[in-house]
Design a protein. Structure first.
Length: 116
């Protein structure tokens, strides 16, 4: 079983920065594709960013390109999301995602609130 735990959310003013972390246990982390999604009440979960197993290939949603950076540390079984130039519309619960042999695993989420 793969278990994911996010941390690093909080309240920040517009224009500020936050760094989210996700620690993964179970299986072979270095073989997983990892990603971040976010969700606000009443809306579908939105893709934010993804990173391949070796950290070379990264992908971003259009709304965060140029502001957010995904990275990973395979030695620590962790994936990160550096969020800069935050906007009030970035307010959401952010979820860490692991893709393991076509199965999706999710963390419990961490709240990010950006005040104007």
């Amino acid at each position: 079983q793969v278990h994911l735990v996010e941390s690093g959310g909080g309240l920040v003013q517009a224009g500020g920065s936050l760094r989210l972390s996700c620690v993964v246990s179970g299986g072979t982390f270095s073989s997983y594709s990892m990603g971040w999604f976010r969700q606000v009440p009443g809306k579908e979960r939105e893709f934010v960013a993804a990173i391949g197993w070796n950290g070379i290939n990264t992908f971003y949603g259009d709304s965060v390109k140029g502001r957010f950076t995904i990275s990973r540390d395979n030695a620590k079984n962790m994936v990160f999301l550096q969020m800069n130039s935050l906007k009030p519309e970035d307010t959401a619960v952010f979820y860490c995602n692991a893709v393991v042999s076509s199965w999706n695993f999710w963390g419990q989420g961490t709240q990010v609130t950006v005040s104007s």
